[in-house]
Design a binder for this molecule. Structure first.
Ligand SMILES: Cc1ncc(COP(=O)(O)O)c(C=O)c1O
Length: 399
């Protein structure tokens, strides 16, 4: 595989307004025009390089967008105020009332809730499928289907989508394959594998400091122009715009993403192997026991590893809660949702980030009560972390 996403980020060269090594942060909500005609042309979408109003675009947001487009290998990108602020406009831009979405059933709870509960109010219905079974995906496609939606590695079950296979299906049926790549930035490059649109919650690994929410849609110039269209663009009209100060800080964090991903992957892989060897039900795409280990390997940009997310099933919610509280007490990390922080974050998704999914459906998809989702941190001494974690498990008779 020749695609080198981290090189693409490294190679960006931005000069600040005063020659600074960082681009100047744009600090304006509105922009002046020297002629009224240019203002008119800009509203019509015909004045490249002119800024209009910062809900539409701003220099700082464009810098970050271009960096993320370079990382994903798309023509361009638009950044948004949150991951959900990227997902919802894409669905609403691509689907009219009466249209249909085929989506993986194991996706982030908020996306699931939007597709299941909210989008039907606008006449957009979704069939949820087991994304690892291409035959069931194809069987769910109807003449009204517009979008095939999945996460490259799903939240929270860490199922791996066969992006190449799904892209072939999307092409065959003239659908857009939309991939949420939040769990595997750099490791997986969905567009390089045939996807049409890549979404990230920047809140997670990409920003990596748990100090803001943010999102991005990476895609064709046409899609991004459509999303930003002043008359009909879902991003423009729903107004989920990132603030320039924030996009400047996310851009700075993006530059170290490759180093962080390697460390997250190294640490997660170390712990997953250790705990699996103790007989704990451990799910990590880097383990040979993961049903899609070979598939992940065939898709990955190897250097960045299998990512920082793993799950361990400790048998019951009571045990999961007791372990998480003890691990926090012993300073192994925080009992918190979200991911991509320098410290390990852990939560029981069945009762938190996936609680939008009804219990019977959780059971059908294999989301058990005792499942703990870990976002493994950047710990410099993972052996020390392992020993402390093991001691916590022994104290609670989990090991
Ligand atoms: C895979 C995935 N996609 C999207 C989102 C939503 O992103 P945000 O919280 O930035 O709106 C999340 C958040 O948890 C997520 O885990």
């Amino acid at each position: 595989m020749t695609f080198k996403p981290a090189n693409n980020i490294q190679d960006l060269q931005y000069f600040g307004e005063f020659g600074g090594v960082n681009p100047s942060i744009s600090d304006s909500s509105t922009y002046t025009f020297l002629s009224a005609k240019t203002m008119f042309d800009t509203f019509e979408g015909n004045a490249d390089g002119c800024y209009l109003y910062s809900r539409h675009s701003s220099p700082s947001n464009l810098y970050l967008g271009e960096a993320l487009a370079a990382m994903e290998g798309t023509e361009t990108a638009t950044v948004t105020a949150s991951g959900m602020g990227a997902i919802t406009p894409v669905v609403l831009q691509l689907c009219d009332s009466g249209d249909h979405v085929v989506s993986s059933r194991t996706i982030y709870g908020g996306t699931y809730a939007f597709l299941k509960n909210f989008a039907p109010r606008l006449g957009i219905n979704t069939t949820f499928v087991d994304i690892t079974k291409l035959a069931s995906v194809e069987a769910a496609i109807t003449p009204k289907t517009k979008i095939l939606y999945c996460e490259s590695i799903s939240n929270p079950l860490l199922e791996v989508a066969d992006i190449t296979g799904l892209a072939l299906l999307a092409k065959k049926h003239n659908l857009k394959l939309v991939v949420d790549n939040t769990f595997s930035p750099l490791s997986i490059s969905p567009v390089n594998l045939g996807a049409d649109i890549v979404i990230h919650s920047l809140t997670k690994f990409i920003n990596g400091s748990s100090d803001t929410v943010g999102g991005v849609v990476c895609g064709s110039q046409q899609l991004i122009d459509d999303l930003r269209n002043v008359n009909s663009g879902a991003a423009m009209l729903l107004g989920s715009t990132m603030d320039s100060l924030r996009s400047a800080s996310v851009l700075k964090n993006l530059r170290t993403l490759h180093i962080r991903m390697m460390q997250h992957s190294y640490n997660a892989s170390y712990l997953a192997e250790k705990f699996e060897n103790y007989g704990l039900k451990t799910v990590y795409p880097g383990l040979a026991s993961h049903p899609s280990h070979e598939l992940f390997k065939s898709m990955m940009n190897e250097k960045y590893g299998f990512g920082g997310m793993m799950t361990i099933d400790v048998g019951s919610l009571d045990k999961a809660n007791a372990l998480m509280e003890l691990m926090q007490e012993r300073n192994l990390g925080y009992l918190a949702v979200s991911l991509g922080f320098y410290k390990t974050l852990f939560s029981a998704p069945g009762s938190s980030t996936s609680s939008e999914i009804p219990e019977d459906e959780q059971e059908a998809m294999g989301l058990s009560d005792g499942l703990i989702r870990f976002s493994i941190g950047l710990d410099a001494d993972i052996e020390r972390t392992y020993k402390t974690m093991k001691a916590c498990m022994e104290k609670l008779n989990i090991l």
